[in-house]
Design a protein around this ligand. Structure first.
Ligand SMILES: [Zn+2]
Length: 449
């Protein structure tokens, strides 16, 4: 390499060579012996190495024949909840939340613990090849602080409920804080913003309406947990005489860009409404399995034209932040439920985990595929190990064989965050030790466990 004379057009900050590039573009273009050239935060060349032999780069990474593909996009989580990983296991959502999580949150959710929990989750995500996550929690400036230090991309959103949160005393204060976040981050290179309502059973109609209105004013996505459990469906119908979905539609919640999480208990009328308003749905397979909440009718929603993404939810209910595993389970679950192995293909599962999420949140002009001009967010996957061999079909191997530790390097916004399994931007051990120490304190309050 580095054979040509130096000139500005031929000089790059970073080159990644000797990899099997999966662009995930609309034609599923692949480049065996591929080359990626990055200048600043942008992809400047994605193609065959033999077609671009002459270039200069400040750094050259040899992918050693591994797969190079876009980073995963985690469509929904509460990153800081890693501090509660393992609390209240084997319980239904209602009891898990009310008897365990909410009391623990009241005592332990502080600005510093949100920073710590978000950092630990973000580290876990980078190790699994996730380059961006959509957060719903409290003290969102602390989530940004962690993500800036680590270098991962994030869409933050201060969670709003009827009752006081650890950060804000009322929903109106939460809305004011969202405007503050908007002013802080509107031109941030790694940060974008959403406006989350916790759910139709924890937000009054007035609050839901106000969230929809502010999200449209700021032109950011309004997001919400929707139809997660059968109990919610019954409660909301008793209270309002209509389903959660109909309630939100009537309140104008879906009139701008909107995203609904879970969506396990929907009628045909609900599905028609979600389709009519082009609401993006993020399925949360693994958390739903653990809490026994239900199954999102992914194939039916897809067939009706609704865009489906995938999220992990927080580490307190998943119990990890690895989107790869959620993608792999989503592909398998619906085959089993429908006795039909064709119902979700490996390529469809990969689409849901990356490009669909980017489209749902309006970020697909810069993320979701490896194409010239897009942002340089990508991972290198080591395919040397036995479970990758023989490698006939990379998409099938990613969805049915890959393991989380196979991601060797993660690059976000043109910056190398993890290389050869080593985190370069922060001291990972320090944060792992800190959260372990916090866990010991929480363990001394056994009523939460
Ligand atoms: Zn959630």
């Amino acid at each position: 390499m580095n054979k040509g004379p130096v000139n500005l057009n031929n000089r790059y900050d970073l080159a990644i060579r000797n990899g099997y590039v999966l662009t995930l573009d609309k034609n599923w273009t692949e480049f065996p012996n591929g080359l990626i050239l990055i200048r600043g935060k942008q992809l400047e060349y994605v193609g065959l190495e033999m077609d671009h032999k002459v270039y200069q780069a400040d750094r050259i990474i040899d992918a050693k024949g591994g797969i190079i593909m876009p980073t995963f996009f985690n469509g929904h989580t509460h990153a800081a909840m890693s501090i509660f990983r393992g609390i209240g296991n084997d319980l239904p959502l209602d009891s898990w939340l009310k008897d365990h999580i909410w009391p623990a949150e009241a005592k332990y959710v502080s600005a510093e613990n949100v920073y710590l929990g978000s950092m630990v989750s973000a580290l876990e995500m980078i190790r699994c090849g996730t380059g961006i996550f959509v957060d719903m929690y409290f003290f969102q400036e602390q989530v940004v602080r962690a993500c800036e230090e680590l270098g991962i991309r994030v869409m933050v959103g201060e969670g709003i409920l009827d009752f006081p949160t650890p950060n804000k005393k009322s929903p109106s204060k939460g809305l004011e804080y969202t405007e503050h976040l908007y002013n802080l981050y509107q031109n941030h290179p790694l940060v974008s913003l959403s406006l989350p309502a916790h759910s139709p059973y924890t937000c009054s109609p007035e609050v839901l309406k106000a969230i929809g209105e502010l999200s449209r004013k700021l032109n950011i996505p309004a997001t919400i947990h929707l139809a997660e459990t059968a109990t919610e469906d019954v409660e909301v119908k008793e209270k309002y005489g209509k389903s959660s979905t109909k309630l939100l539609a009537d309140l104008g919640f879906f009139q701008g860009r909107s995203v609904a999480y879970h969506c396990n208990h929907l009628s045909d009328e609900d599905i028609s409404l979600l389709n009519e308003y082009q609401v993006g749905v993020v399925t949360i397979t693994k958390s739903n399995m653990k809490l026994g909440s239900g199954v999102c009718p992914v194939p039916k929603l897809q067939n009706s034209g609704i865009l489906i993404g995938i999220g992990t939810d927080g580490a307190a209910s998943n119990n990890n932040q690895c989107l790869l595993l959620d993608m792999q389970l989503t592909a398998r679950l619906h085959k089993m439920q429908h006795f039909d192995p064709t119902i979700i293909t490996a390529k469809q599962a990969i689409r849901m985990a990356i490009l669909n999420n980017a489209r749902i949140y309006g970020l697909d002009d810069c993320l979701g595929t490896l194409e010239t001009g897009k942002l340089a967010d990508l991972m290198i996957i080591n395919t040397d190990q036995a479970h990758w061999q023989p490698l006939y079909n990379p998409y099938s191997s990613i969805v049915y064989s890959m393991q989380a530790g196979d991601v060797s390097s993660t690059i976000v916004n043109g910056k190398i965050i993890m290389e050869n399994h080593k985190i370069l931007t922060v001291d990972e051990d320090k944060f792992r030790n800190k959260i372990s120490e916090l866990g010991k304190k929480i363990r001394n309050s056994p009523s939460y466990l």
